[in-house]
Design a protein around this ligand. Structure first.
Ligand code: JAH
Length: 244
């Protein structure tokens, strides 16, 4: 997978080169190129923003700079391949594990990191004429820019790529893979600060353990994210689940 990131703060993306993702880059499972948006300015101040039409607080990122940057970075490859352009924004469609799984099937992702009050909308509208553009939110809060959201999405996607995780099983069994939150996890010691590991987990009875874990996941989901239960298909809850 090819990943390009356009930003005015390239250093914000350095964490992508550490640890697990760094190894995935070394193994050439992914390539990550970070591009400084200011390289596409032509004035002495390297201006990337301007006042908003219609007034209001803050500044908006200039379309010309973004247009030149995207024309260069997202130019079609020799075989015509174009990237999925992902624009992090509080106004975007919520990022989900399902979207991460979709993105993990794509050959090329390009991320446009906005700052200030965001990017002139015409940049999205113009790009949408050439490639699929997804405006995506990673949560209902406002950051200072899109870079942190890119770190979140790249990690969520890259961990799904074959060879990135040491133990692929955990990618399948992680939260949301069955539509529920994961329940609690425990490791040694058996008792820590007078707190014991639930005895069922030490019983060796894997049918019982699986049942207990499912019950814990259902209970946690019911209390923390009840709306996830509404999304479950009828076939996904057995009569024991419904009795809880
Ligand atoms: N949904 C998280 C998120 C994503 C992006 C931004 C953001 C803030 C300022 C400028 C550009 C993007 N804020 C929150």
């Amino acid at each position: 997978m090819r990943i390009d990131v356009l930003t005015i703060f390239p250093e914000y993306l350095e964490p992508l080169r550490a640890a697990l993702l760094g190894k995935a880059i070394d193994k050439k499972l992914i390539s990550v190129d970070v591009h400084d948006l200011r390289d596409y300015t032509h004035d002495v101040h390297k201006a990337v923003d301007d006042s908003p039409y219609g007034g209001g607080p803050g500044m908006v990122m200039k379309p010309q700079v973004w247009g030149e940057a995207l024309d260069t970075v997202c130019a079609p490859e020799a075989d015509g391949t174009l990237p999925r352009l992902i624009v992090p924004t509080p106004a975007g469609r919520p990022f989900t594990q399902e979207m991460a799984r979709e993105y993990a099937t794509l050959p090329w992702l390009a991320f446009a990191c906005g700052r200030y009050e965001g990017i002139d909308q015409r940049v999205v509208d113009d790009s949408a004429g050439r490639m699929q553009v997804d405006e995506v939110s990673i949560g209902d809060y406002v950051l200072v820019g899109g870079e942190v959201a890119v770190l979140v999405m790249v990690e969520a996607v890259a961990r799904l790529l074959p060879g990135v995780l040491g133990n692929p099983a955990s990618a399948e069994q992680d939260s949301f893979s069955d539509g529920l939150l994961e329940g609690p996890s425990y490791t040694r010691p058996e008792v820590w600060r007078d707190l014991a590991v639930p005895s069922v987990l030490r019983s060796g009875n894997h049918k019982l353990i699986d049942r207990w874990r499912r019950d814990q996941a259902l209970e946690r989901t019911f209390h923390r994210r009840p709306e996830l239960l509404d999304r479950l298909g009828d076939d996904q809850l057995d009569k024991h689940d419904r009795a809880l």
